[in-house]
Write a protein that binds this ligand. Structure first.
Ligand code: PBG
Length: 355
């Protein structure tokens, strides 16, 4: 080890290890694996609805029947988990549809569980898609615009999580960034005997511009103000480690950093501080749409750019990636796998073969 790092030219020729694809495969440090993918979907009321979201090409608003078909495809591709967002038939100040027994996500969870029982179903637990004002909790006293009432909102978050778990969610994922919500949800789940429901907390979620396309997709843009009173301030990295610590102390099973690409230092810091805790990174809508836009203009090679970006997220320390690209990448990885096996046994080798 010592002498390798000290060796000077011409002893050190790192390029020797890059000469062929098989050599590169042998020394590759990071592997993008379908095992770590989580595929997000947007469920809407109705039947046979499958409408592309303008700012997110390849991502759709789907009614439950179409989401069920999608779930079968996701399972067939070997992707272990799906993350559900819902667009309710109506919104109100208390987000009643977020926790309704027959809410859009609750119905979808039951239907997908029947169709693809082995898929891990994750419900995004938040109120912003369900409140008429678009904030992630209930509003505080007048004059506190943007400051939602933390402790009042916890009660609604807990009821939402319980109703999602009872409808079949294996994991609930609180994405509101209110204080104390992991502990409140854990207590509420346990009180209902839902000890096996996991909590994946959006532990370090930043007040990011990169959620723009998602807010069109989920119709969840705040009607006034912004989310800076509860989501993290982008310049803060050390604070993320503290946030993760609180969520773990409150019982989070998996923690998440979000967005992913502009926050790889945070992903790395969290993995370094908590190496034994499962860590997810959310490659959010804006990260997806940027790539799609560049690809549509012919400025980037989609497959190479996407694989490189997602590999970077794994290299930074993420064990799991939530990405709208999950199905594409699962297909590409499957194709790569067969091409390696094919060349290693020589069956599909192309070109002239001379002795
Ligand atoms: C809900 C929520 C948001 C995202 C996931 N859950 C939006 C927000 O906080 O405004 C963003 C996901 C994405 O951009 O892909 N709170």
């Amino acid at each position: 080890m010592e002498h390798t790092t000290r060796a000077q030219f011409p002893q050190a020729r790192p390029r020797r290890l890059r000469r062929t694809e098989n050599l590169r495969r042998m020394v590759r440090e990071t592997h993008l694996r379908t095992d770590g993918f989580i595929y997000p979907v947007f469920v809407v009321p109705g039947t046979d609805v499958h409408e592309e979201i303008t700012s997110m090409p390849g991502v759709y608003h789907q009614s439950i029947d179409r989401v069920v078909e999608d779930a079968r495809e996701v399972a067939d591709l070997g992707i272990p988990a799906m993350l559900l967002f819902g667009l309710p038939p109506f919104k109100d100040a208390e987000a009643s549809q977020a926790m309704a027994v027959d809410g859009i996500v609750q119905q979808a969870l039951r239907a997908i569980k029947r169709a693809a029982p082995s898929l891990v179903l994750i419900a995004d637990t938040c109120l912003c898609e369900y409140t008429s004002h678009g904030h992630c909790g209930v509003l505080g006293a007048a004059g506190q615009e943007g400051f939602i009432d933390n402790d009042l909102s916890l009660e609604l978050m807990s009821r939402t999580a319980v109703s999602q778990a009872e409808a079949g969610a294996d994991i609930v994922a609180p994405s509101d960034m209110l204080d104390g919500r992991v502990g409140a949800i854990r207590a509420a789940l346990d009180a209902r005997g839902l000890h096996d429901t996991l909590i994946m907390s959006y532990a370090a979620k930043y007040a990011s511009a990169f959620y723009g396309p998602f807010r069109d997709a989920a119709d969840s843009a705040p009607q006034f103000g912004d989310r800076r009173g509860y989501q993290m301030d982008p310049p803060n990295g050390r604070e993320a480690v503290r946030e993760v610590g609180y969520d773990l102390a409150e019982g989070a099973d998996i923690v998440m950093v979000k967005p992913a690409l502009p926050y790889l230092d945070v992903v790395h810091a969290v993995k370094t501080a908590y190496p034994d805790v499962p860590l997810a990174a959310y490659n959010v809508s804006g990260e997806y749409s940027m790539l799609k836009a560049a690809v549509a203009n012919g400025w980037l090679d989609e497959r190479r750019a996407v694989m490189e970006a997602l590999t970077g997220i794994v290299r930074a320390g993420a064990d799991m990636i939530i990405t709208y690209y999950a199905k594409d990448v699962a297909r590409w990885l499957r194709d790569d796998d067969t091409s390696h096996t094919a060349t290693s046994n020589g069956a599909f080798r192309v070109g002239p073969s001379h002795a």
